[in-house]
Design a protein around this ligand. Structure first.
Ligand SMILES: Nc1ncnc2c1ncn2[C@@H]1O[C@H](COP(=O)(O)OP(=O)(O)OP(=O)(O)O)[C@@H](O)[C@H]1O
Ligand SMILES: [Mg+2]
Length: 382
């Protein structure tokens, strides 16, 4: 079956469903020098929203940069990422130099043609030294971003995707970074993070380095009305007919999750019983849901395994999957201190398993997690 729903990569432009007002707000805020913190669970569309915002800023001739900390494995790589992305804004010549220099410093030194350039950007030479202090490199990279923007006399909007990673790498660095960022006049930031509660803590807890640094923006699941239109439209383009009622069922099953709704919809298309009927049936939806669960099982297994040393957290998840609502009632976990349950729930929120619905009530972020737990509770996955 042909892939009619594309997923797995960030989307921009006409492929981005909803998010218009969020993108507009981000663009307006960063243009006004207000940094923005985008907090949302995994695969909710953070990178998509950032990339769309940066595209629009570029159209307005504002300089932009994008560094994804998820891909980086050291502070040095983070620093290099900043220099490279800043250089994407016009300076193709230095960008070339930076690349050559990182791979072959000797060759670079012999290139007389570049001498005048590295005189101007002397700090770049430090990046070739294997023993250079990486915190110092990061500082130089940030200084460079500010200088570069000042020299061009335009603002630079630097997006740092998965910013929360930094806290895990080196908590102390955060304080220094905050001080640095605050000194910058020409650079405004967009930070994103998948661990919503960690991001909220980092930016709203008075004791944390980034308290009050920027405006927090959160992403919700996609609005059902827009999703229904989208599903009907894409199914139609793929040669299928989807009723409004069944589109609603798909939204409900996927909890309007921007990524998993596409995974589910594609599985339904794959499972469509092709006996000349174009219409997507209830059976197609049922079979598609089962196929989708099998498809995402690998990632759910990894999530579940990551809790191997946290029995109580697993028990909390199972309790919710089985329909339990009041986690703190006497019957829920007899003999276990409420404080421990509270801690487990808070850990599960930090790790991105659960989302708070209202006081004392939580739901899974991944719409397949409930069925996954129920399936293996019944011994179906062995
Ligand atoms: N607004 C949207 N419209 C259409 N598809 C979307 C939207 N938001 C997210 N998606 C889909 O969801 C998936 C995740 O998108 P994206 O990579 O932007 O999210 P993310 O929050 O940055 O994810 P991650 O946590 O993995 O970094 C992609 O497959 C993308 O196609
Ligand atoms: Mg992302």
């Amino acid at each position: 079956m042909e892939q009619i729903f594309s997923y797995g990569k960030p989307v921009t432009g006409k492929d981005l469903i909803d998010r218009e007002s969020i993108v507009e707000d981000i663009v307006r805020d960063v243009k006004g020098g207000q940094s923005v913190i985008l907090a949302a669970p995994r695969r909710f569309g953070k990178s998509s929203v950032i990339l769309e915002s940066l595209t629009r800023l570029k159209k307005e001739k504002i300089m932009t940069g994008f560094v994804d900390l998820f891909e980086k494995t050291s502070i040095r790589e983070f620093a290099e990422g900043i220099v490279e992305t800043v250089l994407e804004n016009k300076e193709t010549k230095i960008k070339k130099i930076f690349k050559i220099m990182k791979s072959n410093f000797q060759a670079f030194l012999q290139m007389a043609e570049f001498k005048h350039v590295w005189k101007e950007h002397e700090f770049i030479l430090n990046f070739s030294r294997k023993d250079a202090d990486e915190n110092a490199l990061l500082e130089e990279a940030l200084n460079f971003a500010e200088k570069f923007a000042s020299a061009k006399k335009t603002h630079l909007v630097l997006a740092i995707d998965e910013f929360g990673e930094l806290k895990n790498w080196n908590g102390k660095l955060l304080k220094k970074l905050r001080a640095k960022f605050q000194m910058q006049k020409m650079v405004t930031y967009i930070f994103s993070g998948s661990q919503e509660s960690l991001m909220r803590e980092l930016f709203t807890d008075k004791a944390q380095a980034f308290y009050g640094f920027g405006k927090i923006v959160e992403l919700d699941p996609l609005p059902e009305d827009d999703l229904i239109k989208y599903l009907i439209n894409v199914f139609q383009k793929g040669g299928f007919l989807l009723s409004k009622e069944n589109a609603h069922r798909i939204c409900k099953l996927s909890q309007c999750h921007p990524h998993y709704v596409k995974v589910l919809a594609q599985c339904i298309a794959n499972q469509h019983n092709d006996n000349g009927e174009k219409e997507i049936s209830g059976d197609d939806i049922k079979n598609g849901s089962e196929l989708a669960l099998i498809q995402v099982k690998g990632e759910l297994d990894r999530d579940w395994e990551s809790l191997s040393k946290a029995m109580l957290q697993k028990r909390v998840l199972k309790f919710i999957a089985l329909g339990g609502t009041n986690l703190y009632s006497k019957e829920a976990f007899s003999g276990i201190d409420k404080a421990r349950i509270y801690l487990s729930v808070s850990e599960l929120q930090k790790k991105g398993f659960l989302r708070k619905i209202k006081k004392g009530e939580f739901d899974f972020i991944n719409p397949f997690f409930r069925s996954y737990i129920l399936m293996f509770s019944k011994g179906i996955f062995v």
